[in-house]
Design a binder for this molecule. Structure first.
Ligand code: ADP
Ligand code: MG
Length: 484
């Protein structure tokens, strides 16, 4: 899936690494007991620690550590039994302490991996470099007063996981797949709600370009992009910009840039010379975080079945194509819905219905899998009506639409509308005779060896029976009567 950029002087390849900030699902903050609810009145969820009052001491929140370890395990990563919290020093109005507590040299989680599910059903591995815990900062509000900036410290001290990938991604599509898969894993684990609009998942993008096979070149970093579409736009713009710089004889300098979603373009924020010197050092208020083997093992045992394992099970136990399985396991609710539909039925049929008509109905009605227009049980009963020959596959689609509209059961709709499939040989023969009599030209063509006409004739019989004739029988009887 790697995208090659055709420059004037030949092809270029994109190299991309992502740094994702994921807000930890936790009732309290990383080092204080203050609440973390989204959308609360400004400055109503701020403890003395979050406001950096003199003499206040941070106390680590065990629940946040558990969430970060579980995330590390979900990313198949090494969990470091000893990690250290550092102070990352910088001055900004929304950072009352003058430093952020983060992890630098010794993060909680080391190398791991995320598997991308490619459209052709194959997978590709992207390396995870590390995951560490850190505090979020507060928020400056510039739009409340014409001449003043206000500060809201509700977010100050909220736990974030920074998840850093290796520079393994080769196109904006792959970056999109990576973010979707990462978000899916986080949601399965319940460690981050993955809500990008509310800022629970934000992304810094590192992009460089190179000649295929060459060593990596200098990268630029695009800060704080909060939608997958914008991430992809920013990557494509930035890669193209760098190609133009190189082809114009210039060099790309390491710099931090911002993405302007209105223009779909990136612009410089600061260059390397103006890069922050954060003067990291271990926070003297916090001892190293030491995890026992039992603590980690206990969390490992409590992990749910994750998307990759579920996908493998769907392929193995249900015989689904890998692509279908990947789509169905993207979120737990859809996977559970599918399993209810598939129970005791043809799994491929169930997958086709869920991914086809059912997903289309969700889109059209704007409803979600938690509040579906047709329940999994009701969809299953419709599939049974096809399997036992009560309705044809084509009529079943019509029944499904009526189920979406009325909320009624499939069987009730079939009776009400008289949609039962006609499998009565006499009735079908009569219709076939009429069609043959009315279309001597087409029949002659068929007899002369043009097999395509058969489909057209079947269509005529289906039309004559209001779509209710059993198509297999129509086919057979037509062939018989035309002497094939
Ligand atoms: P920093 O801590 O300064 O941001 P890192 O070395 O930790 O730097 O890298 C941050 C991110 O940049 C990682 O996601 C990594 O994959 C990515 N990255 C590193 N080198 C390159 C490169 N040449 N091109 C694109 N991305 C890169
Ligand atoms: Mg960085």
């Amino acid at each position: 899936m790697s995208a090659v950029i055709e420059g004037r002087s030949g092809p270029w390849e994109m190299v991309i690494g992502l740094e994702v900030h994921a807000q930890v699902v936790s009732r309290a903050k990383l080092f204080s007991g203050a609440a973390t609810d989204f959308g609360a009145e400004p400055n109503t969820q701020v403890s003395m620690v979050d406001a950096a009052m003199p003499g206040m001491l941070p106390v680590i929140n065990r629940a946040c550590v558990e969430q970060a370890v579980r995330t590390g395990l979900g990313l198949k990563a090494e969990i470091n039994p000893v990690s250290v919290f550092d102070r990352k020093n910088y001055f900004y109005p929304d950072l009352p302490a003058g430093y952020q507590i983060s992890q630098y040299g010794r993060p909680l989680v080391g190398k791991g991996r995320v598997l991308l599910d490619l459209p052709d059903g194959a997978t590709r591995e992207v390396g995870i470099t590390r995951l560490h815990l850190e505090q979020d900062a507060g928020k400056s509000l510039h739009d409340q007063h014409p001449a003043k900036t206000y500060v809201d410290l509700n977010r100050s001290g909220v736990a974030l996981m920074e998840i850093v990938s290796e520079p393994d991604l080769r196109s904006s599509e792959e970056a999109g797949l990576y973010l979707r898969k990462l978000r899916s894993i986080l949601r399965y684990l319940g460690t981050c709600d993955g809500n990008m609009e509310q800022g629970s998942l934000r992304c810094d993008i590192n992009v460089s370009v190179r000649r295929p096979g060459e060593a990596y070149r200098t990268r630029c970093e695009v800060k704080n992009v909060n939608s997958i579409r914008f991430v992809q736009q920013a990557i494509d713009y930035e890669a193209r910009r760098q190609v133009e710089v190189y082809e114009g004889g210039g060099t790309v300098g390491q710099e931090t840039r911002l993405f302007d979603s209105g223009r779909g373009a990136t612009r410089p924020m600061r260059t390397k010379e103006h890069a922050h010197d954060y003067r990291y050092f271990p926070d003297p208020d916090l001892v190293p975080l030491v995890l026992s083997e039992e603590f980690i093992a206990g969390l490992r045992e409590g992990l749910p079945e994750l998307p990759d394992e579920k996908k493998a099970r769907f392929v193995g136990a249900y015989g689904l194509p890998p692509y279908d399985a990947g789509v169905l396991v993207a979120d737990q609710e859809t996977a559970a819905f599918f399993e209810t539909v598939a129970k005791g039925r043809d799994a491929k049929q169930a997958a086709n219905w869920v991914m086809g008509d059912f997903f289309a109905a969700l889109n059209r009605t704007g409803r979600t899998i938690d509040d579906p227009p047709v329940s999994a049980a009701a969809l299953g009963r419709l599939i049974d009506l096809v399997a036992d020959g009560t309705v044809s596959g084509r009529i079943a689609k019509e029944v499904f639409e009526a189920m979406v509209e009325t909320g009624k059961e499939a069987a009730a709709i079939v009776e009400e509308k008289g949609l039962r499939q006609v499998s009565d040989t006499g009735a079908i023969e009569a219709a076939v005779d009429r069609v043959i009599a009315a279309n001597p030209g087409q029949v002659a063509l068929f007899k002369a060896g043009n097999p395509k006409v058969l489909g057209w004739l079947v269509g005529q019989v289906m039309k004559a029976t209001g779509g209710k004739a059993n198509p297999k029988m129509v086919n057979e009887i037509l062939r018989q009567k035309m002497g094939a």
